[in-house]
Ligand binder design. Structure first.
Ligand code: DAH
Length: 356
């Protein structure tokens, strides 16, 4: 029991010495308060009623003994009783709040329960990007990066784009400054140029990154998207090396029964150029509405690095040959997860993102 409470009750006792019956009672109360260890808030409330109730509480009764107290002790008796009353009231208050906190802890905190925080998950674009990176890493490709804000040289000129090529048109490219042109890169092929600039062959690298094009946003196009560029330059690199590398990639990415086909195409920076199709991941080549009943899905552009590009980047185009390829990560992710609206990747809708 609290020190003041004890002293208070002892003083009351000493004053009550003369009234034997009251004395016995007071001693009993001291014991009761001393031994009082509540388990529930209701028990503290019961103690409060017993001592402090204005209708028949013990303190009230002790006050009614006032008239039996000798005149000289009256003042002290009154003071002590008031103090006692206050002390018990405070005690009751603290006991109650202690119990309340204890109870809420017991109810709300079971430390053995697992945390309730939702774990975050990787964005599907990151998942697919990392998967592609891992596949090419197994073939010895390194990872290289370049800036998103580029100049004309790295995005177009060094890649053999003729000055009048439509990709330089305002419709495709977000220009930041004109003359000299500073722009948002429209493809990750610009990183090829940066790698060639800083490294002698052999070069075997992939460059993942964000690219920007001035396109209307729709289910199939966006003004921001992601690409992975590949570049392999060494002595005696052939079209067959490219084909085998891309076949390995397709089988690792879409399953070992996946087949590929190469269709002739045109890119300023490769000669010959091709587009690579994989057998449709949904119908296994039989024909469905995803592959528009052709059995094939286009996944990337590729080709042998144009000797002009090697020359522009100070690489001996007699000694060295190479191949390059570039793919859209969104496109691969859409095929892999059967997503039919590209905008989903950019909307941050948790109902979508939580599925990966
Ligand atoms: N840069 C091309 C694009 O954005 C993709 C591409 C095609 C990259 C062929 C290449 C390549 O390296 O050889 O459409």
């Amino acid at each position: 029991m609290n020190y003041e409470l004890r002293i208070g009750l002892h003083i009351v006792i000493s004053i009550l010495q003369k009234n034997k019956k009251m004395l016995e009672k007071a001693k009993k109360y001291i014991k009761e308060i001393e031994n009082f260890i509540p388990n529930k808030a209701e028990e503290v409330e019961q103690l409060r009623v017993k001592f402090l109730s204005t209708k028949g509480g013990i303190i009230k009764k002790l006050f009614s003994e006032f008239r039996n107290v000798p005149h000289k002790d009256k003042r002290e008796y009154g003071l002590v009783l008031n103090k006692l009353k206050k002390t018990i009231a405070n005690k009751v208050k603290t006991l109650k709040s202690e119990l309340k906190n204890k109870n809420t802890e017991v109810i709300n905190f079971d430390l053995s329960l697992p945390g309730e925080l939702d774990n975050g998950s990787r964005h599907p674009i990151s998942i697919v990007k990392n998967e592609i990176i891992e596949i090419f890493k197994r073939l010895g490709f390194t990872i290289s990066k370049g800036p998103e804000i580029e100049d004309d040289w790295h995005v177009f000129s060094a890649l053999n784009f003729p000055p009048e090529h439509p990709a330089r048109d305002m419709q495709d490219t977000f220009f930041i400054e004109k003359n000299p042109d500073i722009l948002l890169r429209t493809h990750t092929s610009s990183v090829q140029v940066r790698v060639m600039d800083g490294q002698e062959p052999p070069i075997r690298t992939i460059s993942p990154g964000r690219v920007f094009r001035n396109e209307a946003i729709s289910a199939r196009a966006h003004c921001i998207f992601h690409q992975i560029e590949g570049l392999y330059i060494d002595k005696n690199v052939s079209f067959a090396d490219m084909k085998q590398t891309l076949l390995y990639f397709a089988k690792e990415m879409f399953g070992k029964n996946t087949e590929i086909r190469l269709r002739p195409s045109y890119f300023p920076f490769t000669e010959p150029s091709a587009e690579l199709d994989v057998s449709c991941t949904l119908c296994n080549g039989k024909g469905c509405n995803v592959c528009k009943y052709t059995g094939w899905l286009e996944i990337l552009g590729c080709g042998m690095v144009d000797p002009n590009v090697l020359k522009s980047n100070n690489i001996d185009n007699v000694k060295y040959t190479g191949f390059a390829f570039g793919m859209g990560i969104e496109r691969i992710a859409m095929l892999k997860y059967d997503i039919n609206d590209l905008r989903m990747f950019f909307e941050n809708d948790l109902r979508f993102l939580k599925q990966f």
